[in-house]
Ligand binder design. Structure first.
Ligand code: ACO
Length: 482
């Protein structure tokens, strides 16, 4: 265990980050046809390409086990170096026992049990709350010099119908410490919380939420407006925002992504806020032709098509430059719920050479229905040398695109059957998952058994795959062996 450091820690932030997503997906074009939706609704209308999903042998515990083990192995971190472990999730398997306690199995061999933190739940926001708790711990008098580990994991599934295509699944793990390559800018954090029933999960027997889709979009945009207002003042106090534009303050804007089109609309929304705040919009070329919207009120325009279209057109270049690169995982996997915004961060980090990341400011917006939302700022360090922590952080994400490409495409009929299987076996005990582990990535944890007392057991698929006999035979034939 590290000893208590002298003085207060500097540059607290993300030291390492890892993502796990299922090794199978359904194609959104094929899903449109299967669901009888009009061609282009999911792909163009919502901006989605593929949707990751889990069979009955993966649950939130297994997703979190997998991502934590990956993070520790790939970054060469010892389990004895962790002093806090926080989990954000809305995938509730047990009303009492936390996912955090399940993850404690990973710490058994090193004997480290002195680890604060448990689970945090509020829709897609739990991961952000967990992250803030970890940062606050490191900046507090209770910090003993060790690292914190933050995990966000969820299986996002909807009942069949118009929301199902906005599902997804995955987990993110982040190592938090001082002298980090991605630094939380002190004081630059804004929060808006409110009571609303836009999306919630009152049925304990089902994985599915009750969702008012339109209301959830309105709430998301309203929360964005509120956070815009608060963060603008905070950035002004920190002398980061010197003019009237928030869009000009950062090199990247990363959002919670329920579906990619909403993120594009969010960039337009920030520009609309910038426009309304600007005392002299006529002096800025980007606002040319928008004078007619000067008297519009934010609260009257959540679904105003004229405003939406005008500002989406005006903000297109900014969107392409500052936000589109963060949508890779959201497009390819769908809404992972709590990990979604951090999947956006990973996507941004792997979108450009490390030297182009150095010194960037990234503004993130996290939203969880119900509702809880925050906007905050991360600053990337300047040092991108091959020995730098930034280089290491980015380098350890180098396999993400390859893993996306290696996933198996599953026909919508099979996806639909697997959703029915999850429905009928959810919380069943005793239970042995039916699905094969063949498609899982090497190193993936999977649910192996649920006993008659609902106790869950997990196994890990070996990191190295045994050579497939059929493959070997065909290779031998190709090589001319007998
Ligand atoms: N080609 C191109 N675009 C199309 C087509 C087509 N053939 N058909 C429809 N569209 C467009 C629509 O015009 C619409 O775009 P617009 O909103 O920019 O006008 C878009 O596709 C979606 O169509 P809708 O008819 O609005 O979709 P519907 O109401 O059936 O469902 C919704 C969309 C509400 C997002 C639903 O999937 C849902 O409830 N999802 C879960 C809730 C959610 O994700 N909320 C977001 C925040 S909360 C959270 O993170 C969980």
């Amino acid at each position: 265990m590290s000893s208590q450091r002298d003085g207060w820690p500097e540059n607290v932030g993300i030291v390492a980050i890892e993502v796990y997503f299922p090794a199978q997906y359904v194609d959104q074009k094929e899903l449109e046809t299967f669901d009888g939706a009009s061609t282009g609704k999911y792909t163009i209308g919502l901006g989605q390409e593929k949707m990751g999903f889990c069979s009955d042998n993966e649950d939130v515990n297994s997703l979190c086990l997998t991502v934590v083990q990956r993070l520790m192995e790939r970054n060469g971190v010892s389990y004895s170096d962790i002093g806090r472990l926080e989990v954000g999730t809305e995938t509730i398997l047990d009303k009492s026992k936390s996912v955090k306690t399940v993850l404690m199995q990973l710490f058994e061999s090193c004997g480290n049990t002195n680890i604060e933190g448990i689970d945090t739940t509020n829709a897609c926001y739990g991961g952000t709350s967990a992250l803030f708790n970890a940062v606050n711990w490191i900046e507090s008098s209770y910090w003993d010099g060790r690292k914190a580990l933050v995990v966000a994991g969820d299986i996002a599934v909807y009942a069949s119908g118009n929301a199902r295509c906005t599902g997804g699944a995955g987990a993110i793990a982040m190592l938090i410490g001082d002298d980090a390559p991605l630094v939380f800018e002190r004081g630059c954090r804004a929060t808006h919380m409110q009571h609303v029933y836009d999306f919630y999960k009152p049925n304990m027997d089902s994985e599915y939420p009750v969702v008012d889709g339109k209301l959830s979009i309105q709430c998301y945009l309203h929360a964005l407006d509120k956070c815009y207002d608060i963060i603008s003042h905070k950035l002004e106090s920190a002398e980061i925002k010197t003019g009237s534009s928030l869009l000009d303050c950062a090199d990247a804007f990363v959002f919670h992504s329920p579906f990619c089109k909403l993120v594009q609309k969010s960039v337009a929304r920030i520009m609309f806020n910038d426009f309304l705040q600007d005392p002299h919009p006529e002096q800025r070329q980007i606002f040319t032709g928008l004078d007619a919207f000067r008297e519009f009120k934010l609260e009257d325009t959540y679904f105003n098509k004229q405003v939406e279209t005008a500002f989406m057109t005006a903000s297109r270049t900014e969107f392409i430059k500052k936000t589109e690169p963060s949508l890779l995982l959201a497009k390819q996997i769908g809404n992972m719920y709590t990990p979604s915004v951090y999947g956006g961060l990973v996507s941004f980090l792997i979108s450009r050479p490390v030297e182009d990341l150095a010194d960037c400011r990234i503004i993130l917006f996290s939203y969880g229905s119900g509702l809880a939302s925050s906007m905050y700022s991360l600053r990337v360090t300047k040092d991108f040398s091959p020995q730098s922590d930034l280089h290491k952080l980015v380098n350890n994400l180098s396999d993400v695109k390859m893993r996306l490409d290696r996933r198996k495409k599953v026909a919508p009929e099979i996806f639909d059957n697997l959703m029915k299987l999850r429905e009928t076996t959810h919380h069943k005990a005793p239970y042995k998952p039916e699905s094969s582990i063949a498609h899982l990535f090497p190193g993936t944890y999977y649910l192996f058994d649920v006993d008659d007392k609902h106790r869950r057991k997990y196994k890990r698929k070996p990191l190295t795959e045994p050579v497939d006999v059929a493959d070997q035979l065909s290779q031998n034939l190709h090589l001319g062996s007998s």
